[in-house]
Ligand binder design. Structure first.
Ligand code: PXG
Length: 459
């Protein structure tokens, strides 16, 4: 459907009257009106006023192959004509989820060979939580129920997803979180490393917070640890190299399963198919969604490791869990074509060998020296810029809102970024070239100048 018959004012009026947006202060939005994005092409999105904005967020961390892919539209169209829907319940299936499962087993780490589908990352994490707890019951250890997560983790917005997430403001509105979930410190050296503490030592200390939590709960009560390889929505927090090997060691020592949430990192973002490969993590489950279809269709795939799968299959009987759209044929057709595009165009190699390192260097050289910037960091095409008042002591602007200011100027300059508090984050489509990185740095540097002028004037 095109919206050309509606004026911006008409769309905004209906939006304000009837549309409750996610994670939104509704009164505030109604006062300002929403930004209306009406079309997109390649790495750019266009708003209703005709502004071209370079999309530094790949939609919402998902449009890895960029916009306007005819092939994906065609894959959906052909599948809809052939078979728009049939379910995977009652010993039925359809061809596309079958083929996608085989493909995902081929791409996933060696010990991961089974797939459970949903439509969102939240659903996939609900599945993962139920599955790891059920696994221990089937193994005769039903007391192993506790899941250890981290503060500032994001694992979704369903009741289980929000409970697993480490966001206090979300917990405050749960009115009854899923019991048995514990949150420990994240590996966020920029704010949490002690004076003089090396990155290596900080990584070990952050990992050992998980060990402390296991010992406090009793290993006989702990089912799993859940973590994003790089915390995404929490502010692109990249762990030191010492972190994941130590987590792996601790989980093995106490027989705690490792649930890896790759909803953001999956399908190329860190320069490998999965960040488990980047960080050499051996997972028991991998949650994926978003870039599985590059956002062209809603689809999630929980990849299940052999250890859990064998128990579930051989001892499990019926697992009373599933969604109407588990293995949706159209979404799976689009996923297959999307993975084919990523492979054919060598997008992941490009991130690992070219645009990823280029982005890291460009941020360090062209953004890192700015008086407002306390740190730049990135891995693959996933980046963060810390906004500070004073580079030397890393103090922040008070009252807060400096991040929002930089973001607003950046968008006004034609670069879409997100602010998580005073951390600016980027997660662009993998089709970005060096020219797009250059364009982004130029627009961001200008946004920093403009924000600084306002912030210093106000201070
Ligand atoms: N796990 C991770 C790591 C995520 O980033 C989810 C699970 C949940 O996926 P669904 O499909 O249920 O949304 C996510 C989602 C943001 C933002 O503000 C991030 C997400 C979703 C919405 C906003 O950066 N990530």
């Amino acid at each position: 459907m095109t919206c050309q018959n509606f004026t911006r004012e008409a769309l905004q009026t209906i939006d304000s009257a009837h549309h409750l947006h996610p994670f939104t202060d509704h009164k505030q939005l109604r006062a300002t009106g929403a930004r209306m994005v009406v079309r997109a092409d390649g790495p750019f999105v266009y708003d209703v006023d005709g502004n071209e904005i370079l999309d530094g967020m790949a939609g919402l961390w998902c449009v890895n192959v960029g916009y306007g892919r005819e092939e994906l539209a065609r894959a959906a169209y052909e599948q809809m004509k052939e078979l728009p829907f049939y379910n995977s319940f009652f010993r039925c299936t359809t061809p596309t989820p079958v083929l996608l499962s085989g493909k995902l087993a081929e791409l996933a780490p060696a010990n991961v060979n089974q797939v459970f589908y949903g439509s969102s990352g939240s659903e996939a994490n609900d599945t993962a939580l139920r599955l790891v707890r059920h696994y221990w019951t089937l193994e005769g250890k039903p007391s192993k129920r506790i899941v250890i997560s981290r503060k500032s983790a994001y694992h979704g917005s369903s009741v289980a997803g929000a409970s697993l997430s480490g966001m206090e403001h979300m917990h405050g509105q749960l009115y009854g979180a899923v019991p048995g979930i514990v949150h420990v410190m994240p590996p966020y050296a920029f704010e949490l490393a002690l004076p003089g503490e090396s990155d290596h030592d900080f990584g070990l200390r952050a990992a050992r917070a998980v060990e402390t939590a296991i010992l406090e709960a009793g290993a006989e009560n702990v089912a799993a640890f859940i973590g994003e390889p790089v915390l995404g929505a929490g502010g692109v927090k990249i762990p030191p190299a010492s972190y994941w090997p130590e987590i792996q060691r601790i989980c093995a020592k106490y027989d705690v399963l490792l649930m890896i949430d790759e909803v953001i990192t999956g399908y190329g973002r860190t320069g490998e198919w999965f960040a488990c490969q980047t960080f050499e993590i051996k997972p028991d489950t991998i949650t994926t969604a978003k870039a599985l279809t590059s956002g062209y269709q809603p689809l999630s795939a929980l990849l299940v490791g052999d250890r859990i799968a064998e128990t579930l299959i051989n001892k499990g009987g019926e697992f009373y869990h599933g969604y109407t759209y588990s293995g949706h044929p159209v979404a799976c057709a689009v996923a297959l074509k999307n993975l084919e595009i990523i492979e054919r165009e060598g997008l992941i190699d490009r991130v690992r060998d070219d645009t990823g390192p280029y982005l890291a260097a460009a941020l360090a050289e062209r953004i890192g020296g700015h008086p407002l910037v306390g740190e730049t960091r990135s891995i693959g095409l996933m980046a963060a810029i810390e906004i500070v008042k004073d580079k030397t002591d890393r103090s922040r602007f008070k009252p807060d809102g400096a991040g929002d200011k930089v973001r607003d100027w950046s968008i006004a300059n034609g670069l879409m970024v997100r602010a998580v508090g005073d951390t600016i984050i980027m997660s662009p489509p993998l089709v970005w070239t060096r020219e797009h990185v250059d364009m982004a740095c130029e627009r961001l540097a200008n946004a920093l100048d403009r924000a600084e002028a306002e912030l210093r004037r106000a201070a």
